[in-house]
Design a protein around this ligand. Structure first.
Ligand SMILES: Cc1cc2nc3c(=O)[nH]c(=O)nc-3n(C[C@H](O)[C@H](O)[C@H](O)COP(=O)(O)O)c2cc1C
Length: 332
């Protein structure tokens, strides 16, 4: 059975990737994921805020000390010796590289194109095979337009592209007016792939205690539909890699995303819920399904139910939406 695929120019043994989570922040667990069949892992994000906080501490230590008490500058380490920036992240990349043979994809998480971008270069130098950019931005400023938000994404991608040569994927929010046009413009800015979608952590309200609930709820399979739609629409029509992310629990969701046209399928919640070895269930479940349907290679599966393939039925379009609404049978 040939499960090989290509993502961001990387040749992978199968399409299963562990997305960013605490599991991928530990080299021993990355090893377990590899042993269970993961074809690549995305490390947890290094956040813009972490980089900026570290640099601010550095400036305070050096600048303030020298200004107030010149003699005290001798207490501070020389610039080259100082642990400048969240070095532990670079150490994690190196440790992960040493622990496994599969590609290590690093993740940078930020919302502006200044200051922290230079870390992309350090991440490349530390040995990451690719870089995932997570622009987790919620435009709560009512004056910030959709166009400005789109520019923000593009500017970040362009700034990172200018500083690294490794492939870049963008973990995209589903909240764009025109996901397809956004994808195309990110490609023009230098992205090599898209992760569909970023999962925004939405609050709830406790009506007894009158408190906002900000807990972390793992995803469930009902949540695959938004990403399934856009993977199906983009598959075969944009010249770059597509990673499906959100809602995978078992092999069924993996198969659905592949049929829609994903190059790889990512999962976090299923691994947090069931442990890293669940990866094995996902890979073997995919193999079993392919064998049962007579497929011997992933290439024969990928995208066969994308929008292009289903164009005659307009499955993914407005006409189908109207048919569904009109056809609904309410309880009498
Ligand atoms: C505990 C936890 C930590 C996460 N940390 C990160 C992170 O550091 N960077 C990131 O881009 N996504 C992070 N995510 C999001 C996941 O990578 C993934 O996009 C999300 O959980 C949706 O995928 P799933 O439905 O397979 O869980 C985290 C998710 C969880 C549950």
């Amino acid at each position: 059975m040939d499960l090989t695929t290509r993502y961001l120019g990387l040749d992978l043994k199968n399409p299963l990737v562990a997305s960013a989570s605490p599991l991928t922040g530990d080299p021993a667990t990355i090893r377990r994921l590899e042993d269970a069949g993961a074809a690549a892992v995305v490390l947890p994000s290094l956040f813009q805020e972490e980089i900026e906080a570290e640099e601010e501490r550095f400036d305070r230590l050096t600048g303030a000390g020298e200004y107030s008490w010149p003699e005290s500058s001798g207490h501070f380490p020389a610039l080259a010796e100082y642990d400048h920036g969240p070095r532990h992240y670079l150490d994690l990349i190196a440790a992960a590289r040493a622990a496994v043979d599969i590609p290590i994809i690093a993740s940078l998480n930020g919302i502006t194109n200044e200051g922290w971008i230079h870390y992309a270069r350090l991440i490349q130098e530390a040995g990451a095979s690719a870089l995932e950019l997570n622009v987790y931005f919620i435009p709560v400023d009512l004056a910030e337009t959709g166009t400005a938000v789109e520019h923000r994404y593009r500017d970040i991608v362009a700034a990172v592209r200018a500083s690294v040569s490794i492939p870049i994927a963008v973990k995209l929010s589903p909240a764009f007016s025109a996901v397809g046009a956004m994808a195309t413009s990110l490609r023009a800015a230098g992205a090599d792939g898209l992760v569909l979608f970023n999962r925004f952590y939405q609050p709830d309200i406790d009506i007894e205690r009158l408190r906002v609930i900000t807990d972390l709820r793992l995803s469930d399979p009902a949540e695959i539909r938004m990403a399934l739609l856009w993977i199906a629409v983009l598959s075969g029509r944009v010249p770059f890699s597509l990673a499906a992310s959100t809602g995978v629990d078992g092999p069924e969701e993996v198969v659905k995303y592949l049929l829609a046209g994903a190059d790889v399928v990512m999962t976090t919640s299923s691994l947090l819920r069931r442990g890293p070895e669940h990866m094995r269930t996902l890979v073997s479940g995919l193999e079993r399904w392919m064998a049962s349907r007579g497929f011997s290679s992933l290439a024969a599966v990928r995208g066969i139910m994308n929008q292009r393939a289903m164009a005659h039925s307009r499955t993914y379009e407005r006409a189908n939406y109207i048919r569904i609404l009109k056809g609904y049978q309410p309880v009498p």
